[in-house]
Design a protein around this ligand. Structure first.
Ligand code: AMP
Ligand code: GLY
Length: 420
């Protein structure tokens, strides 16, 4: 089978790594890929958000299966173009991708599905939004409706912060994404994520994870794309997971199918859990990054079979082979991230590290220059390990971190603390 993965981050390196373990894979191309991916697969330059270009590329390279990593190509309808051309693809349609691309769409689907989530109001003008904030008081959450690269959510602990956020959003701080705003009730609890595959009808859980969004130890400081993650998430016990499936995920998938937008791909349900009750924070229509890295570490080669079964509508017969294991990933980021940072510093010591089913360094933002690996982004490496316990996995991951010689980068030393 010839496979094409769209994307260029640590998520896509982990997907590529899992796919390559599977003997079914004859050839793997990742577009555009990165320096780590280039060591295990072919990389090609391609505009992943241009459906026409992706179809032409897939046809020219005799691709049998396309796996879409990030949300932008999905929101741009790339999966639809591929399906129209008769090419097997893992990832939802443009219509179904609105579960991530529009917060108000998701809220309306949750209403129809009777899925527990935060109470909300949806606004198209600043004055009405501000009146709602004044009437509700703080804490309160202000969200740009559209895709804002993870930056369009302001959790306001006081009223003024919420009012300022409304001005920023309607003032264009998030471009078109902020032309509409959703204001939500603040939910308390502990956050965790549930990942399920869907084939339009059937749903299959493929694991739970928790990530660390704040840049600083003890979950302090600025928000980031994620400084580390681990799987499983202990707070998502079997009981809580079953509730999330029955009360949130299944009804959502049913409503999507009833409305003519059957969902196919991976659905990432971000949950807030309090006293054993999960409520939906958000859906994403793709794997999380860095959550994907720990899920792939645990699933290995079967990930390809499962994604193929979802794409072919065969999930009813699919099973996950679970091991009683734990995985953790520690993000190495460039000094200064998530603020300004330098690109181009050299990372040494990678070649000496183990690369096996227990230890993998996935590349997120790197570039090769001759024999050198250079930092080429904010989040640069995902140092990932598996073990019989989370402690074992963590010790393995930090042992690798300590062998990496990159003074221009930093890690959080406390990934997994909530679960340890
Ligand atoms: P989102 O992009 O919707 O996941 O929001 C980013 C982060 O903001 C989430 O991971 C939560 O930590 C926080 N958040 C979003 N909505 C709420 C809410 N209604 N109550 C409390 N925290 C929230
Ligand atoms: N790690 C959070 C995300 O991928 O959205």
């Amino acid at each position: 089978m010839n496979i094409l993965i769209l994307g260029s981050g640590g998520r896509e390196h982990a997907l590529a790594w899992a796919v390559m373990q599977n003997p079914k894979c004859d050839r793997l191309i990742v577009a555009p890929g990165n320096a780590g991916i280039a060591k295990i697969a072919d990389c090609a330059s391609l505009n992943a958000e241009d459906g026409g270009a992706v179809v032409t590329f897939a046809e020219e390279n005799a691709i049998d299966f396309v796996i879409v990593g990030p949300e932008a190509p999905l929101a741009a309808g790339v999966a639809d173009r591929l399906r129209d051309a008769g090419i097997l693809v893992f990832g939802p349609s443009e219509a179904a991708a609105r579960l991530e691309a529009s917060k108000s769409f998701t809220k309306e689907i949750c209403d129809a599905a009777d899925a527990p989530t935060a109470g909300y109001g949806h606004f198209t003008d600043a004055e009405a939004a501000k009146a709602h904030v004044r009437a509700s008081g703080a804490p309160i959450v202000v969200k740009a409706d559209g895709l804002a690269a993870g930056k369009g959510v302001i959790v306001a602990m006081d009223e003024q912060t919420a009012l300022d956020a409304i001005d920023d959003m309607f003032g264009g701080a998030f471009g078109g994404a902020g032309a509409e705003v959703v204001i939500e009730e603040f939910m308390e609890g502990e956050e965790a994520s549930l990942f399920v595959l869907c084939d339009g009808e059937e749903i299959l859980s493929i694991g739970t994870a928790q990530d660390h969004k704040r840049v600083g130890e003890g979950d302090t400081g600025l928000n980031t794309g994620g400084m580390g993650a681990y799987s499983p998430a202990p707070i998502l016990s079997a009981e809580v997971e079953a509730r999330a499936m029955e009360e949130i995920v299944k009804p959502t998938m049913r409503v999507m199918a009833e409305r003519g937008m059957p969902y196919q791909g991976v659905l990432y349900a971000g949950l807030m859990i309090k006293d054993g009750q999960p409520r939906l924070v958000e859906y994403n229509v793709r794997f999380g990054d860095p959550e994907c890295q720990v899920l792939m570490m645990r699933l290995g080669a079967q990930a390809l079979d499962l994604m193929q079964a979802a794409a072919e509508g065969r999930l009813a017969d699919a099973r996950v082979n679970w091991a009683e294991d734990h995985a953790i990933t520690v993000v190495m980021a460039a000094n200064g991230y998530p603020g300004d940072y330098q690109k181009g510093s050299e990372i040494k010591g990678l070649a000496a590290l183990p690369e096996d089913s227990m230890n993998m360094v996935f590349h997120a933002g790197t570039k090769a220059e001759g024999d050198k690996i250079l930092a080429n982004g904010g989040r640069v490496l995902n140092v990932t390990a598996r073990g019989d316990s989370l402690t074992e996995a963590r010790d393995r991951a930090y042992a690798m971190v300590d062998q990496i010689d990159w003074p221009e980068g930093f890690v959080r030393r406390d990934i997994g603390w909530r679960a340890l």
